[in-house]
Design a binder for this molecule. Structure first.
Ligand code: BEZ
Length: 258
C-alpha cells in the first residue's frame, strides 16, 4: 500500500473543506484543556491545529504532516503555530504530549504498527490518542467503480488506503500498548458540491489510483466513473454528489509501562 498523493492545497481547502469541518466535532470528543500539549498528526493545511491551539491557550500544539505542500500551506495560514514536515511513522517527540489528535490522516499510512508505536511513545502515560479515519467500507462505491473502470482498461490497481474494522483497529491499538475506551464505525454520507463534485474529489484524493495513466486517460476514466455512479450517488435536482463515507472514531489511552 502506498498512500502517496500530490496535494493541491488550494483545491483541498476549496473542494473538500468538509474534511476539517467534520473534524471540529472530533475536537469536541478530545475536549482539550487549557495548558495541554497536543500533537495534531496529519495536520494538512492547519485549520484544526489552529482550533486546537485556541482551545489549549497557553499549552502547546504541534502539527505534523509528511506532505511538504501541506506544511507550507499550514505555516502560511498560521505563521504563529508550530508545524513540522515529518512522516508519522518516524516521528519522535522532544517532550511527551498529553494527547495525540488525528483527523482523516491515518488511512493514508501504510505501516500502521509503526504509527501506533510512535504515537504511544509520543504520549505521556495516561495520554489519549483521539482519531477519526476512514473505516471498513469507506467510499466503497467510489473505489469499486474506479477500480472496475481501470480493470476494463487493463490496469490492475488496488486502492492505497487502510480502512479497518473496529476489531482490527482496536486489536492494533491494544497490541501497541493502548487501552481502547471508545471505537465506533458509522456511516457519514458526505455531500460533494455541484455537478463536478465527484471529479473534484478524485482530483484531490485519487492520484495513486491513476498513477500509470496519461492525463487524457485519467480524464476518460473519471468520466466513466461518473457514469457508473450517477444513478447511485448523484441527485440531479440538487446537483449534488454524495460520497459513501464511513468513519471510524476511537479514543485510546496509553497504558502505564510496568
Ligand atoms: C477519507 O477521508 O475517508 C478519504 C479521503 C481520501 C481518500 C479516501 C478516503
Amino acid at each position: 500500500m502506498a498512500g502517496r498523493n500530490d496535494w493541491d492545497t488550494d483545491a483541498y481547502d476549496a473542494d473538500t473543506a468538509f474534511v476539517y469541518e467534520y473534524g471540529e466535532s472530533l475536537i469536541d470528543l478530545l475536549d482539550p484543556k487549557p495548558g495541554a500539549r497536543v500533537l495534531d498528526l496529519g495536520c494538512g493545511t492547519g485549520h484544526l491545529t489552529a482550533d486546537l491551539a485556541a482551545a489549549v491557550g497557553d499549552g502547546e500544539v504541534v502539527g505534523i504532516d509528511r506532505s511538504a505542500e501541506m506544511v507550507a500551506a499550514a505555516r502560511e495560514n498560521y505563521p504563529d503555530l508550530r508545524f513540522e514536515c515529518v512522516d508519522a511513522t518516524e516521528y519522535e517527540a522532544d517532550e511527551p504530549f498529553d494527547a495525540v489528535f488525528s483527523n482523516a490522516a491515518l488511512h493514508w499510512i501504510a505501516d500502521q504498527r509503526a504509527v501506533a508505536e510512535r504515537v504511544r511513545d509520543a504520549l505521556a502515560p495516561g495520554g489519549r490518542f483521539v482519531a477519526e479515519m476512514g473505516g471498513s467500507g469507506n467510499v466503497a462505491a467510489i473505489v469499486d467503480a474506479t477500480l472496475a473502470e481501470l480493470a476494463e482498461r487493463g490496469y490492475d490497481v488496488d486502492h492505497p488506503w487502510y480502512f479497518p474494522t473496529v476489531g482490527e483497529q482496536a486489536g492494533l491499538l491494544e497490541s501497541a500498548g493502548f487501552e481502547v475506551r471508545l471505537a465506533r464505525l458509522f456511516d457519514r454520507p458526505t455531500d460533494l458540491d455541484g455537478p463536478d463534485g465527484l471529479r473534484d474529489w478524485l482530483a484531490v484524493f485519487g492520484d495513486s489510483l491513476f498513477a500509470d495513466l496519461t492525463e487524457t486517460e485519467r480524464a476518460a476514466v473519471v468520466e466513466r466513473v461518473e457514469d457508473r455512479l450517477r444513478p447511485e450517488l448523484y441527485d440531479p435536482e440538487t446537483e449534488t454528489w454524495t460520497a459513501d463515507y464511513r468513519r471510524l472514531r476511537f479514543v485510546a489511552v496509553r497504558q502505564e509501562i510496568a
